[in-house]
Design a binder for this molecule. Structure first.
Ligand code: AP5
Length: 209
């Protein structure tokens, strides 16, 4: 199955996509994670992307499209995949349609106020990228690899507001786009992790029938 997780920054796309990917045995392709890896490694793509990511702006469409197009040719994608964070503009969505037909779009819907709380309380593992929230932290280090927990550069409060503005202006129009294609299913992003996963699982079962 080819699934897209849509929703504003902090809606829980990465967290839910990770759970669903493990359940279905298909890869989660997070463009944000790919960019952060590239930035950490200092590759040309990473160096070019850094100023955009750190200030909460979108990396240019041509860079992102090339990156995803190449990733989707890898062998682990043959049984399906979950796109997390791509497409993010109408241009990206239209070009994606040209080389890949999605089966389902899960749209996590949540208020801006809840997002600010989530992102300013998020902690990520510097080594493996696992995500936590200070409300539920049970350890000072990553539970998966014992790496240090850090605050993402783009989770600074002023950058979060910028990312939200960018989302409403450039990414929210995709809701209409995918509704018109009858692919979009909404899920309440404010649900608990477990209830959100149950809601998504039920949509997946219906879609798979
Ligand atoms: P990206 O990494 O994709 O960031 P984002 O879309 O802003 O999404 P986040 O990772 O911030 O949030 P999320 O929805 O995954 O939430 P999470 O599960 O972590 O992109 C970063 C940047 O890269 C962009 O700003 C842009 O510059 C660039 N970029 C990436 N893709 C691009 C593209 N296609 N085009 C152009 N540029 C691109 O959860 C957030 C927090 O909430 C966590 O602490 C989590 O533990 C907690 N949480 C999650 N679910 C729940 C819940 N149900 N209840 C309580 N807490 C929860």
């Amino acid at each position: 199955m080819k699934i897209l997780f849509l929703g504003p920054p902090g809606a829980g796309k990465g967290t839910q996509a990770d759970m669903v990917a493990r359940k279905l045995g298909i890869p989660q392709i997070s463009t944000g994670a790919i960019l952060r890896e590239a930035m950490k490694a200092g590759t040309p793509v990473g160096l070019d992307a850094k100023s955009y990511v750190d200030s909460g702006l979108l990396v240019p469409d041509d860079v992102m499209i090339a990156l995803v197009r190449e990733r989707l040719t890898e062998p682990d994608c043959t049984r399906g995949f979950i796109l997390d964070g791509f497409p993010r503009t109408l241009e990206q969505a239209k070009i994606l349609d040209g080389f890949c037909k999605l089966d389902l779009v899960i749209d996590l819907v949540i208020s801006d106020e809840a997002i600010v709380h989530r992102l300013t309380g998020r902690r990520v593992c510097a080594d493996c990228g696992a995500t936590y929230h200070i409300d539920r932290l049970t350890s000072d280090t990553c539970l998966k690899c014992s790496g240090a927990l850090i605050i993402r550069q783009d989770d600074a409060p002023e950058t979060v507001l910028n990312r939200l503005e960018v989302y409403h202006r450039q990414t929210a129009p995709l809701e209409t786009y995918y509704t018109q294609m009858d692919l979009l299913r909404e899920v309440d992003g404010a649900l608990s992790l477990e209830d959100g996963f149950t809601a998504i699982d039920s949509i997946l079962r219906t879609a798979g029938e």
